[in-house]
Each structure stands twice: as C-alpha cells, then as structure tokens.
Design a protein around this ligand. Sequence first.
Ligand code: ADP
Ligand code: MG
Length: 254
Amino acid sequence: MSAVMVDVRGVHKSFGPQKVLRGVDLQVRAGEVTVVLGPSGSGKSTLLRAINHLEKVNRGSISIDGELIGYRRSGDKLYELREKDVLRQRTHIGFVFQNFHLFPHLTALDNIIEAPLSALRLPRKEAVARAERLLERVGLADKAGSYPRQLSGGQQQRVAIARALALEPKVLLFDEPTSALDPELVGEVLEVIKGLARSGTTMVVVTHEIGFAREVADTVVFIDGGVIVEQGPPAAVLDSPRHERTRAFLSKVL
Ligand code: ADP
Ligand code: MG
C-alpha cells in the first residue's frame, strides 16, 4: 500500500454557533482518488478549504505528505505558521473551484505561468514550456493566447486544472468542478480528471457525478451533517450503502 498523502484527523470546524465539521477523519493514499459525496450544506467545501488551510479548524489536524498544514508542533503544542509558510505549503495543494476563478485579464497561458513565476520563481522560459505541456495535456494546445471570456466553461475549467497542476502539487482538490457547466461540457472536464487519475495523481474530488465516482474513485466518502457517515470502495458505498442517510441521498442523485 502506498503512503498516506492526505491525513485529516478529528477535524472540527464551527462558524459561530454552527458546527459544520464534527470530527472528520479521512486518509487519502498517494496516487488514489477519493470522491466526496453529500448533500448541500454538509460541509464538503469547508473540508476541502480546511485541507488547504483556507479555513482554520477548531480542533484536530491535517497533514499532507507527513507535514502538518498551517501549524508547527513544538512538544505537545501547536503554533500557527506565518502567512508566507502557509503560502509555501499551499503550493503543494492544487485547488480547482466550481467557478474556475481564472484571472480574466490574463490569457490561458499567462493564467498558468503566474504561480510558477511568482511562487516557484521559475525562469519564464521554463514556466512557459511547462504551461504549454499542460495545455496539451488538457487538450487546449491551441488556446494558449485566448482570454477566459473567449473560452467555453469547459475550456475554462480545463485551463484551471492546468493552472492547478503547474505547481506540481502533491494533491489536487476539486470542489464540484463540473457543477457550473452546461451538461454537454461536463464530459470533457471529467475526461481530463480521469486522465489525471490514470497517471496516478492524488485527488480529492467533491462531485455529484455518481458515474464518475463509480468509474474513477478508489474510495467514496459520504458526508452528512459534518460527519463521514460511511466510506469505502465505490461498489460498496454506491450499490450497497449501509446507512439509511446514504441510501436516501443516493436515491435523489442517481
Ligand atoms: P457544502 O459544500 O457541503 O454544500 P459547505 O461546507 O459550503 O457545504 O457549508 C456548510 C455549512 O457551513 C453551510 O451551512 C454554510 O452556510 C456554512 N458556512 C460555510 N462557510 C461559511 C462561512 N465562511 N461563514 C459562515 N458559515 C459558513
Ligand atoms: Mg460546496
């Protein structure tokens, strides 16, 4: 078995009085794909944001490749990292959002080279060569000079995936990457994500695409009310869920 790449332990997160994550434990092994399912408001985005330390957790810890995210441990105490150290950690964690979040004033190529230039201080020539390879990989070699507004939603999302890959992250997090797309554009984005899965990219994908989960996931996690209700191989969770809440959810989305 490969090493644990993402290790979420006992994570609790509240917004004011509202408990959004109530003790989440999740391990993702290197090279594996975990698909997270769950109803709206169940805490899926908060969990992804916590992994990236875009949200601070109230209790518990998150490590990527053995490195504690957002904190350093000294004895049995945790100290919050400085912003620049958090930013360095984030370069190891790619994030793909529902609404693409591309820079509108930059071309596809410039969107992709921005972080390698600023965060990795890669020479421009190398960053451009890397971006061109990535555009090729997501099937957009001919769109390097296009601005986001000149691209379809599916193309924009594929640029966003290339951008997330440009820092060669240890793990890629997807938050409903196809939810904002017209139905006919969903497939092209899922195909790109499937390709990444085949090449051994470690991924956590929040999605309602059950067919994709069945085909690509090593583990399917069902989250409801801020707790993982059940998890396991897709066939187990999707075809013979053990919990009523999972059954009820699946009956609505299938
Ligand atoms: P999901 O992605 O599963 O739909 P979220 O993680 O986005 O769920 O949200 C879970 C709950 O946390 C929701 O009730 C949402 O309103 C609340 N929430 C999320 N982010 C914040 C925030 N920054 N401030 C206050 N409440 C939030
Ligand atoms: Mg969400």
